[in-house]
Design a protein. Sequence first.
Length: 413
Amino acid sequence: MNADRVLEDLRELAGLTGGPDGARRVCWTDEWTKAREFLRSRLAELPVEVTVDAAGNLWAHMDGDGEGFVIVGSHVDSVPAGGWLDGALGVFTAVEALRTQAENGSPPVGLRLVDWADEEGARFGRSLFGSSACAGTLDPDEVRDLRDRDGERLEDVLARYDVELDRARESGAQLSGARAYLEMHIEQGPVLESKGEPAATVLGTCGVERHLAVFTGQTAHAGATPMALRRDTFMATSQAALAIREIGFEHDGVCTVGGATSEPGVVTAVPGRTEMLLDQRHLDPGKLEAMLDGARAACQQAAADHGCEVELQHLWSIPPIPFDDRLIGFAREAVKGAGGKDTAIPSGPLHDAAEMARLIPTVMIFSSSSPPVSHTKEEDTPEADLRVAIEAYGGTVAATLASAAAGELPPHQ
Ligand SMILES: [Zn+2]
């Protein structure tokens, strides 16, 4: 792998579709089209066939000696004022993987690059559009009437990009013959930076449990109601939130109270109703369940201690999606070989790779994020860390192609 070429491509893309406020490659906009044109210009230098599927995903196929192919890629779309690396790093590292193979003749099995459409969901609020269509988990009726800020419907906007929503799942045909999916991404968080490590293998994407905890007590006069006679939902919520924080530590997962709203919300009243937003994530399904049970118990205890009642309303959940053990092994070796340590971490954020992992063996590699933030123009990664991650990705691609050529990783039907 030639990391210089990847960095050059990324800087050129940032110059074309970025500015003082950051990247602006929002899917289904002219800037996104410009990013895709730049990607096409790079692919035009390679012996590949470029197509766009029924969900708007762009594919570039390079023939190999053996049966089937390995998929490499990520997404070029971004949030409205995003960073230069989120998604783009994975796509242009995948381009470099194709270049490397082309320079050495032809790959042992085929290699197919994908640029997923609308990973971010920045315009309509639905993430992983293209990859979920490809994996068959997208329900057209759930997204058809989503509207952007200007009131435009998703279905109408997609039609302008030649994507017919009811046919989007035909994208799944692209997976026929796929033997593995490999994606590189920035971590978007502080774990690798805090360990001083440039890159790591990703074990899978965390399962998520989202709930709304509704505490009900009694609204009462702030002056007339003695402390011992209150049924204060804000205090019950506070006690529950602090206990939930400990549950996150106890299970080595993450628990977030994203916000709480009290009624009536005036300075002269004990709040009689408080709603608390709760998000919990873990890679281990048993631990995720234990964290949810713990949060439920903590809410009930806190409600009882303050003379209140509580109800947990389910908002959304997704199970943990583990990546493939064999590919995790290849990635760990490749990260070590590229100068990193043998570190493997779960991904808190969801990625297109989670959709692919439902159907075909999948693994991801993270580069560090430093500062450890994303979806902002401050997003960055030290160049030395990017070089390690790019090299590690190349090693993982090579090991996966060799494994497929040796008859492992059977083609997806
Ligand atoms: Zn991303």
